[in-house]
Design a protein around this ligand. Sequence first.
Ligand SMILES: *Cc1c(COP(=O)(O)O)cnc(C)c1O
Length: 361
Amino acid sequence: MKYGRTYNFSAGPAIMPEPVLEEIRDEMMNYRGSGMCVMEMSHRSKVYQQIIDEAEQDLRDLMGIPDNYKVLFIQGGATLQFSMIPMNLMKNKKAVYIETGAWSSKAIKEAKKVGEVIVAASSKDKNYTYIPDCSDLDIPEDADYVYICENETIHGLTYNTLPDTKGHILVSDQSSMFLSRPCNVSDYGLIYAGVQKNVGPAGMVVVIIREDLIRDDLTDLPIYLQYKTHADNGSMYNTPNCWAIYCCGKVFKYLKKLGGLEAMEKINQDKAKVFYDFLDSSKMFRGTVEKKDRSLMNIPFVTDSAELDAEVVAATKAAGYDNLKGHKSVGGLRASVYNAMPKEGVEALVKFLKEFEANKK
Ligand SMILES: *Cc1c(COP(=O)(O)O)cnc(C)c1O
């Protein structure tokens, strides 16, 4: 790695593409003759308006977002969406949630403060190691939406088939898989993603919402919590996270140049395969998730003892592979191999772990 950088396997904030960081560095002191850094610019200036417009358009191109969907850049991270979604979408005060791990559980907890939550399927019985069958869910007719966390960052599982919502709106938290594979936006009513996992710097969420779901009858709701506020003001009701929008815009352009989401998916499949093949052949390490539901982005794995897990974490860190400790709520290890992680990084880590295992014999 250049610049003495480490292979960073953090779950988030996470690794960014090196060419993007280099471009940002080159524009740091004087953005394209403006005489300013993007951090110093008025969000009402022409030069900044162009940055945010291009970011939105590039994201629309990448995902093929239909015209009847709004793209919003909102602050408060993905966490604020746990509340904003029920506040804005629960007309009948009732929604269906699928419980597959830490992040959907948190969303459920917040939604319960707003209305009735029906957990129609859960994998809690097996410590969130699989995606439950969602082909025939019991969905009340008057449920306002069906909610999923499409990639559970902590538990490392992902949906390869979307639930049959039986005509209800699908809402998806894509934070840790955003732009990792093609996405048919029309399948959803609302998609959101905190950007610090797979796109840019922390502190912002992208919300893609079908226009007819934006309500104007929510005048009692604090103005900042209404999607309408952000939609009506081009994500600039107040000062947006100008810097994050700029950096995300760079990543969108980078992905377009790479060949778009089909190309990205192929790279991600190749990369994850290197790691999963290793886990499946190892006698010391094993993956914790059912094979059919394995995430391409977050790979949790364990040895047979917590002591050995800790030893591996320390050894990898010393060798230049950082942030492999599993989340404190589940233990073990976890390698996050987001879009920006080069395949060489995964290959190098696998080589290291193989040697570690061989030396332990
Ligand atoms: C990280 C994460 C969140 C929370 O993101 P914040 O930006 O820290 O609020 C929510 N959902 C998923 C799936 C995540 O990975």
